[in-house]
Ligand binder design. Structure first.
Ligand code: AVJ
Length: 345
């Protein structure tokens, strides 16, 4: 079995550690985050990046979401690893250089150590302090695995692993459907970046949430208890803190639904009545019913996910799913670039 979910410490949340305490922070990173928040609030269609969902409270609310009966992804992915872990381990092989993208507390990867027996473990997360603590504890438990924690933002376009990461047998681990926060174009660019860091003997083990009946998705992102609503609304508290904004939380309503045409779940915050909002350096009027877009969570068809990996230069070697076909864990190997007529398409 997998340990407790850790999606909260994944890519979208990459800047969480930095974002959480940025209010009084004048570091370049904090300034950049505030500028990004400011720009999103000024945009014609206002938006707030999903990475701002994960301050300290937001990360806990996401953990609570993973316990909800309606929120199936974390549980379903864990069940796939529990059921097919042996087969997955045989496919990816032991002795890999396991690169855990958005590792957070490292729990998901650590639960696979007894099966995968990696030679080297490289957890990567922008929240480096958090990572160091987690890795310190893991070192005690798995003394024979070489560990090399990296504090790095890999959500942008030009990240590169340092040479301390072994080049042989690189296996990138990207669970939790974190890829869903990227648009398909961004996802492709990201996967190409991963492919570029793989040797010819490298690969990726990725968890991807699949398209399904909209009622299931609507419930998963707008649950009966209102935990997802609290998670979404909390981004306004975060904005109040980061920007000195004066959002009245009670004046906003959570929206979470599947946009079938776009193939994604969307989260928005909708103004219940006309709102005048001010923050350090700006202000804006929101009409009643006007929305702030806070998240996209793309859902793929199995063929679409495999196609995306292939476009990025991988060859899908294994696809594992649950009985309902709600979630997929895919292992793909670095494909050898074709030379000659075969490369035409
Ligand atoms: C952490 C991005 C995978 O998209 O399902 C959960 C975040 N948002 N409920 C997802 C989330 C609303 C989650 N990811």
């Amino acid at each position: 079995m997998l340990n407790q979910p850790t999606d909260a410490q994944s890519t979208s949340d990459a800047a969480a550690g930095a974002a959480a305490n940025a209010a009084l922070d004048t570091s370049a990173e904090a300034l950049r985050l505030r500028a990004e928040l400011d720009a999103g609030l000024r945009a014609r269609h206002a938006c707030i990046s999903p990475k701002f969902l994960y301050d300290a409270l937001g990360s806990r609310l996401f953990e609570a979401i993973c316990e909800l009966p309606e929120y199936y992804p974390t549980r379903t992915e864990a069940a796939i690893f529990a059921r097919h872990g042996g087969e997955i381990a045989r496919a990816v092989g032991t002795g890999a250089t396991l690169i855990d993208l958005g590792a957070g507390n490292c729990a998901k990867a650590a639960s696979l150590f007894p099966l995968l027996h990696p030679f080297q473990y490289v957890p990567v997360d922008i929240s480096a302090d958090f990572l160091q603590d987690a890795v310190e504890r893991l070192r005690q438990r798995f003394r024979h695995i070489e560990m090399n924690a990296l504090g790095m933002d890999f959500s942008g376009g030009d990240w590169q692993l340092p040479d301390t990461v072994r080049h042989e047998r690189r296996l990138f681990f990207y669970p939790g459907s974190s890829i869903g926060n990227f648009t398909p174009d961004e996802a492709l660019a990201f996967l190409r970046r991963v492919r570029a860091q793989c040797g010819p003997d490298g690969g990726i083990l990725i968890g991807i949430d699949l398209a399904k009946e909209s009622a299931v998705l609507d419930a998963a992102y707008d649950d009966a208890l209102g935990v997802t609503a609290a998670f979404n609304l909390n981004v306004l508290r975060h904005a109040n803190r980061l920007l000195g904004a004066d959002f009245d939380i009670r004046a906003w309503r959570h929206r979470g639904f599947y946009n079938e045409r776009e193939g994604r779940v969307e989260m928005h915050l909708e103004a219940r009545t006309v709102q005048q909002v001010s923050w350090r350096g700006g202000s804006r009027r929101f009409e009643a019913g006007e929305c702030i877009h806070t998240e996209n969570s793309y859902k793929y068809r199995p063929g679409g996910a495999v196609g995306l990996l292939e476009q990025a230069g991988f060859a899908a070697a294994g696809v594992w799913s649950d009985a309902r076909g709600w979630f997929a864990v895919i292992h793909a190997r670095a494909a050898v670039p074709m030379i000659g007529p075969g490369a035409m398409h």
